[in-house]
Ligand binder design. Structure first.
Ligand code: CU
Length: 121
């Protein structure tokens, strides 16, 4: 009887352990940008097209303008050239065009379930 109970406990712990691993939060440093520029890796192309200087203010303006035009806010990790979609556009809005530390869980198709976003220093 005791060994059955033990076996149950062990399998429950293992189940809990594996689902926890899948839901583990990660912190990714990257840039909040619009999905159309993220595909190209930067705002440079669009800024050139619109005769904007390549600086932080333009990056923000470009992100906001692209989102207004129908793009989505995404997180772009330049070190791995990965574009992550964000499930919470509202939380990302205030960081448009900025470098951030984003904490969340990565779900399928590189979509991040956003827990929190903070400005990267
Ligand atoms: Cu842009």
């Amino acid at each position: 009887m005791k060994s059955i109970a033990m076996g149950l406990v062990v399998s429950l712990v293992m189940l809990g352990g594996s689902s926890f691993a899948a839901q583990k939060q990660q912190t990714i440093t990257g840039e909040v940008m619009d999905s159309s520029c993220a595909k190209m890796g930067s705002h440079e192309m669009m800024e050139k097209q619109h005769n904007m200087p390549s600086n932080a203010a333009s990056d923000k303006a470009c992100t906001v303008a692209c989102v207004k035009a129908g793009a989505k806010l995404v997180l772009y990790d330049a070190s791995t050239k990965t574009v992550y979609e964000l499930d919470d556009q509202k939380k990302a809005e205030q960081f448009a065009g900025e470098k951030v530390k984003l904490t969340g869980t990565i779900e399928k198709d590189n979509t991040i379930h956003v827990a929190k976003i903070a400005k990267a220093s």
